[in-house]
Design a binder for this molecule. Structure first.
Ligand code: H79
Length: 447
């Protein structure tokens, strides 16, 4: 086949386009991710499923749970433990009471639809059977079993989706060099290393995770450790989407999503209101916010600072009103069980979701932006007003996008309303006010 030679005019246009892309691009080309990424239909369907699901369990589980102390999954960095010291933890990790089916039953009972679990945290220890390393649960612990595989199989049985949290930052691998903000000299690694060999290693583990498990997405974290490094994101993201295009990629780098990413997450805060990212970074991708029940992510036996069930329910509602999923974390104990304080709160949330879930699942945030009295969600011509401020007698709702046809509570009780030039006023039936969230269901005439 003969190649067509570009005309002088075409070459000029091409040069202008290249120059423009260099001016417009805020970061180096290497960092840009999968340039020209077009999600497939199955990827878009996976995003829709994700947005409809609304509620998931985050699990931070690793050999750090053996210590279960301040720092939790960060204990290695917190206590400045050399690798030689930290490597004494895996031989003590023996979660004989781990029951994947029990975890799944707890998750379903909480009204959650998916689990996101640590395949590797910053400590570099793989919680699955990796062939590109022996620093993993099968090779280094007396337990010797792949807990991710066991959980994957249970998720399949229970109709739950599984996502893996995978740390790009690694305090154990010698080729994670030059070092970033954390995991410095105390680890005892040589002051040399081959960065691209590390990325090959990471890609190797990601290929294992995507190929050997029914994984629905990869939740990256730790890129912030050296944000300006050449992470070869494009290559890594193509590798993942190349295994199965519907695998969703997200990265907790705290900056605007890069091409190739399929969802955006926020840590310990609603989208754009979290302590890490600057406002204005909220993208059009599906959103998720994650939060802990106590203070720490990984197991910390001294952390008794539990949020109440009510606070957690309200967080879920606010997330939905801000068009985001809620990923609520537990840090299991080293024996594989989950502490009662967490289980009680998950059960409470599940009970609330059984009567109020209609106003959360399969909805999107809005149409009214968050108000002083609460938030709104909607599905088709049904709008749910979530009244979060207590002792409210009447709320004023600005433009609902159409004439109000009917208003009721989820238990069927009629709600009185009046359309005024300031918006619609709704009267809260005092008798049925829910201190967690009083939900008013409004039918709108969208014509
Ligand atoms: O996995 C959980 C935590 O272990 C992890 N992300 C959640 C989901 C996490 N990593 N870091 N943090 C939580 C908070 C620590 C932030 C700091 Fe920094 C790292 C402070 C200084 C270095 C990142 C980079 C924030 C500011 C600069």
């Amino acid at each position: 086949m003969s190649k067509t030679i570009p005309t002088k005019y075409q070459r000029l246009i091409m040069s202008i386009l290249i120059c423009l892309s260099l001016i417009v691009s805020p970061v180096s080309a290497q960092q840009q991710g999968d340039i020209g990424y077009e999600p497939t239909q199955s990827n878009l369907d996976a995003r829709t499923w994700f947005q409809d699901a609304k509620f998931g369990l985050f699990v931070h589980w690793g050999v750090y749970s053996v210590l279960g102390k301040t720092g939790a999954e960060w204990v290695m960095n917190h206590d400045k433990m050399p690798i030689s010291e930290y490597e004494k933890l895996p031989p003590q990790f023996n979660p004989v009471n781990f029951d994947a089916d029990e975890w799944c039953r707890m998750v379903k009972d909480a009204g959650m639809k998916y689990i996101t679990i640590t395949s590797k945290h910053h400590d570099g220890f793989a919680m699955f059977d990796s062939k590109v390393s022996d620093y993993d649960i099968v090779d280094r612990t007396p337990y010797g079993k792949d807990v991710l595989k066991m959980l994957d199989e249970a998720c399949q049985r229970h109709g739950l989706k599984l996502y893996f949290y995978h740390s790009q930052l690694d305090w154990h691998h010698h080729d994670y060099f030059p070092r970033g903000r954390t995991g410095q000299d105390y680890t005892g690694r040589p002051e040399s290393g081959n960065w691209y060999a590390y990325l090959d290693y990471m890609d190797g583990q990601l290929r294992e995770l995507c190929t050997n498990y029914n994984v629905s997405g990869i939740w990256f974290d730790g890129m912030w450790d050296k944000l300006d490094a050449d992470w070869r994101l494009g290559k890594t993201y193509k590798l993942i989407h190349g295994v199965r295009s519907e695998i969703m990629i997200g990265s907790n780098h705290h900056v605007t999503p890069y091409p190739g990413e399929d969802f955006q997450m926020f840590e310990k805060g609603l989208p754009g209101k979290d302590p890490f990212s600057k406002e204005g970074h909220v993208s059009a991708l599906p959103l998720e916010t994650c939060e802990t029940i106590s203070n720490s992510w990984g197991y910390n036996k001294d952390d008794k600072n539990y949020k109440s069930s009510k606070d957690l329910i309200r967080y879920l509602v606010k997330a939905a009103g801000n068009d985001a999923n809620f990923l609520l974390n537990v840090g299991p104990k080293p024996d594989g069980t989950i502490q009662d304080e967490f289980k009680v709160r998950l059960a409470d949330m599940g009970a609330w979701m059984r009567t109020n879930g209609e106003s959360i699942y399969n909805t999107r945030g809005g149409p009214v932006p968050p108000q002083s009295w609460g938030v709104t969600t909607h599905r088709g011509n049904t709008v749910y007003l979530h009244v979060l401020s207590e002792n409210e007698k009447v709320i004023a709702v600005p433009d609902l996008g159409g004439k109000v046809l009917r208003a009721r509570l989820l238990n069927g009780t009629q709600v009185n309303y009046m359309e005024t030039k300031y918006g619609t006023l709704f009267e809260i039936p005092e008798m049925f006010a829910d201190p967690n969230d009083t939900v008013i269901v409004v039918q709108i005439d969208l014509k």
